[in-house]
Design a protein around this ligand. Structure first.
Ligand code: ZN
Length: 193
């Protein structure tokens, strides 16, 4: 196997590269590598091209930290969304989940690294945008509750109401795995902190 593997250098280096993706094990990586390099080379080139474009163009919005293909994202630029609510999420992908429901009309803030939150900028943003309510859209875990308390503590002198999406969202599950109806219910029956 060892010599055989050495003669398939490109195939195995593709497999190893794919294995580094989150959630991809060895077997899936091999299956994907086979499909890309043998079964459908045209699709593979399209994927390669999409990856290149994404690398060049996708970044995090300077204001909210959500995904954007320009410096500031569409949501932050949208003046119709000034409804004084700010939804705090833990990952840019959570914005997709909430936007899919289509019920929330405020703006977002992504907190993916607690240590990196610029509270000076954040406070200024809250004041300038006349934010009145901070809604934490986190799944309930002890660690997430600690993040909420930390942020609330840092902003407690501002005139804000803090709420979190209602329980009923299962513990420890990412927002994207909750069905839309449950998430909508959790949103509308959010509770004050
Ligand atoms: Zn933004």
């Amino acid at each position: 196997m060892k010599t055989y593997k050495n003669t398939l250098h490109y195939f195995f280096s593709l497999t190893e590269a794919l294995e580094q993706l989150p959630g991809i094990g060895k077997k899936s990586a091999q299956k994907m590598a086979y499909s890309l390099s043998v079964e459908d080379k045209y699709m593979a080139l399209k994927i390669a091209h999409s990856i290149e474009n994404a690398i060049d163009n996708v970044r995090k919005c300077k204001i909210c930290g959500g995904l954007s293909e320009s410096e500031i994202c569409e949501i932050c630029l949208d003046e119709n969304r000034q409804n004084s609510q700010l939804c705090v999420v833990l990952h840019p992908k959570d914005i997709f989940t909430i936007e899919e429901i289509g019920d929330f009309e405020g703006k977002y803030k992504v907190i993916d690294e607690l240590e990196k939150i610029d509270f000076v900028f954040f406070r200024k943003y809250i004041q300038e945008n006349k934010i009145k309510e901070i809604i934490f859209a986190f799944s309930p875990t002890l660690a997430n509750d600690a993040i909420m308390l930390f942020i609330e503590d840092k902003l407690q002198d501002l005139d804000l109401v803090f709420s979190k999406i209602a329980q009923g969202v299962p513990t420890g599950i990412g927002l994207e795995n909750i069905d839309q109806l449950s998430l909508l219910r959790a949103f509308t029956s959010r509770v004050k902190l």
